[in-house]
Design a protein around this ligand. Structure first.
Ligand code: UDP
Length: 486
């Protein structure tokens, strides 16, 4: 391309999301956001993962067609590497055994080849690649393409994680699993229980990987963050000034999605429409929404207590049961089947729920969540307060942000950092019911939490509007990438 043509052509950004819905969904939303500002966007992924984001991308392209100066978003589909996984098993949600997980991570490293090829053939202006593709930084550097890291987490959790990985505060903490462990160097005092944190002595391989990912992210051109400045200003300042890291906050990206009903799936639950109609008949703020993202599982004992908690709390509820069999006597407490049969108190969704539509429905007054960052930010954007029930990854950090810093939630009291089901102490139904009651009730505490959540929802929307903080960060990043061309 001639130099003159190159300077006039739109910026081209390659997006390379990790193969899990919690990473693919925000990246598809983010590509739509950049495309609406005139950036040519390509998303590189494999067939099954492309199907997950296809409807979001198609709808964004339909909307962009009305604007003459916006190029379309492309999905560049590459084969999933043949590593002996059954056909169709291409992402984190489909893995059921350790053997499959090992094969999956082997496949992930093999994606470097199509990534390299794309960079060599298409020479995009920048690549937004997932932090879990730890080799992407070097690959992009080899091709002279600036690499922006995407971790899919909050500024608060990124800061906590940085503190933890640098200081290893568990090393000097007491061995008591309930011992308080403080994360040094942060704007607030952040204290977790020992058992709520990743322990490098239990998984040295994970710890080393996370340390090297953290260092790679820091070496990259910068990071794009699905958050907004007004949500966590102290941590934006900490990240940029104290830690010296470059970050652009461009969210909440879900608010720009054109595909609220089919977002994140090629097969929405057949019960989605009837669930929304069921909620139409409920009083504003009277329904609690219960969902734990795409990767989290609960033991039968935990499910039993959750069902009891929902019955005891007296609120209406919508429960996305995920992998659990909603008819199983293995966990169903006495009387729960009869409660569900009555139809007026609760609605169970099997399969994929239209989460953004549910959270933004006026009947919703609270959200029981595992604190995955997408779900957390979606609730913030919808002005919905949260009952927090973290399990692993960045979820315990996000709980601290929600409950102690933002004060838009109540903790259920989860104690154990673990991705499996058996390692979690069972939370009693009474405790779950009490947390939901505190969150959605009319006590001074409940009213303050509900008001703060509503106010944050308003700020989230403003951030994306023209002149808002995230709108401006997108513009600043584009200007910087454009300036690199010359
Ligand atoms: N999600 C959804 N419907 C479902 C389950 C999940 O729309 O039935 C979406 C949810 O809105 C969020 C994402 O899937 O955007 C889950 O991401 P999160 O970070 O909350 O959790 P993860 O699955 O990564 O643990």
């Amino acid at each position: 391309m001639a130099v003159e043509d190159e300077q006039q052509s739109p910026l081209h950004i390659l997006f390379f999301p990790f193969l899990a819905p919690g990473h693919l969904i925000p990246i598809a939303d983010m590509a739509a956001l950049f495309a609406s500002r005139g950036v040519r966007c390509t998303i590189l992924t494999t067939p099954v993962n492309a199907a997950i984001i296809r409807s979001a991308v198609d709808r964004a392209n339909d909307a962009l067609r009305h604007s003459t100066d916006c190029p379309a978003i492309d999905i560049s589909v590459v084969p999933f590497p043949d590593v002996g996984l059954p056909p169709g098993v291409e992402n984190g949600m489909a893995l059921t055994s350790q053997d499959d997980r090992d094969k999956f991570y082997h496949a992930v490293t093999q994606l470097r080849e199509p990534f390299d090829r794309f960079l060599a053939d298409d020479r995009p202006d920048a690549v937004v690649s997932d932090s879990f593709f730890y080799w992407a930084n070097d690959a992009a550097a080899e091709h002279g393409v600036p690499r922006l890291a995407f971790h899919g987490s909050s500024m608060f959790a990124r800061s906590c994680s940085d503190s933890m990985l640098r200081n290893d505060p568990l090393e000097t903490a007491s061995d008591d699993p309930d011992a308080p462990v403080s994360l040094p160097g942060l704007p607030h005092r952040v204290v977790l229980k020992r058992r709520q944190m990743m322990d490098p002595r239990k998984r040295p391989d994970h710890w080393k990987l996370f340390q090297s990912i953290n260092a790679d992210d820091q070496r990259s051109f910068g990071e794009v963050i699905n958050s907004f400045h007004e949500l966590e200003p102290d941590y934006v300042e900490h990240y940029k000034t104290t830690l010296g890291r470059r970050a652009w906050l461009v969210g909440p990206v879900a608010l720009g999605s054109m595909d609220m009903s089919g977002r994140g799936t090629s097969a929405p639950s057949p019960e989605a429409d009837s669930c929304l109609r069921w909620m139409d008949a409920k009083q504003p703020g009277s329904v609690v929404y219960v969902s734990f993202g795409t990767l989290t599982s609960f033991s039968p004992a935990e499910l039993r207590e959750l069902a009891r908690g929902l019955e005891l709390c007296g609120k209406n509820f919508v429960w996305v049961v995920g992998r659990a069999d909603p008819e199983s006597s293995e966990w169903m407490p006495e009387g729960f089947a009869e409660l569900m049969a009555r139809g007026d108190r609760g609605f169970i969704i099997r399969g994929w729920a239209p989460q953004m539509l549910i959270l933004n429905h006026p009947a919703i007054g609270g959200f029981v969540t595992h604190c995955g960052w997408n779900s957390t930010l979606e609730a913030v954007s919808a002005g919905v307060p949260m009952a927090t029930w973290p399990r692993y990854a960045d979820q315990f950090f996000n709980e601290k942000l929600v409950v102690e810093v933002l004060k838009v939630g109540v903790s259920i009291g989860a104690k154990d950092y673990a991705s499996g089901v058996e390692a979690h102490e069972v939370v009693a139904g009474e405790v779950i019911a009490e947390s939901i009651g505190r969150l959605m009730g009319s006590s001074e505490e409940g009213v303050a939490i509900q008001k703060k959540a509503r106010d944050l929802g308003v700020e989230a929307r403003s951030a994306l509007e023209k002149g808002g903080s995230s709108y401006s960060d997108v513009g600043r990043l584009m200007d910087e990438l454009m300036a690199r061309r010359s």
